[in-house]
Design a protein. Structure first.
Length: 206
């Protein structure tokens, strides 16, 4: 599972849905892993503790370097046996890292200082989505803007994804392609509300 779900527009999987999926999987002796790269975004949007989004799964990963803004790093959690196997596989694949304390320090700051401010990213994403929805030729499903991802469709414009993104890059604004006609924009710590209005203006000009 993935929460928030990138390919579903950055939408949130509610805890009840995760619980029902896990119940079915466990009846079939299937373990469930949660890709929680942006689980803190989901938790902030739902105003609940992150553990409530992961309590039914067998293992979970969350990212320190996306919404939480650390320079690098992710956390993998699971049972003692699972983590022992993960460590062995990591070593087999050459994934060890020495003197990683400075990275761990930035991860601690991410967890202690950067979680609550995710609300700002969500607010900026909403402003961006509403601004884009007013532009002729661009279609935005505002119901899917639940956290910090904004997907929009160029199908009713004169451009496809790969014609549009180079023009956007001329304004030093970079999106992620979802061809043939969709684009993803993501708000984060480095994007201010002023930047959002700059982005809307640039896309209007394009």
């Amino acid at each position: 599972l993935e929460n928030t779900h990138n390919r579903a527009g950055g939408t949130i999987i509610p805890p009840k849905v995760t619980e029902e999926i896990c119940q079915l999987a466990h009846q079939l002796n299937i373990a469930v892993h949660l890709d929680g790269a942006r689980i803190f975004n989901a938790a902030i949007a739902l105003d609940i503790e992150p553990i409530l989004l992961a309590k039914d799964v067998d293992s979970v990963m969350f990212c320190l370097s996306k919404g939480l803004s650390a320079p690098v790093g992710s956390i993998l959690a699971g049972s003692k046996e699972f983590i022992q196997r993960a460590r062995k596989n990591r070593k087999m694949l050459g994934g060890g890292m020495r003197q990683a304390g400075i990275l761990a320090a930035s991860g601690i700051i991410a967890l202690e200082k950067m979680v609550d401010r995710l609300k700002e990213d969500h607010k900026n994403a909403r402003i961006l989505g509403e601004g884009l929805a007013d532009i002729s030729g661009i279609k935005v499903d505002l119901e899917t803007i639940q956290t910090n991802m904004v997907y929009f469709d160029l199908q009713e414009s004169s451009m496809d994804t790969f014609q549009f993104l180079p023009k956007l890059a001329e304004y030093n604004i970079f999106g992620s392609p979802r061809p043939p006609t969709k684009v993803r924009l993501v708000t984060h710590y480095g994007i201010s509300e002023e930047d959002i209005y700059t982005t809307i203006k640039a896309i209007k000009e394009i």
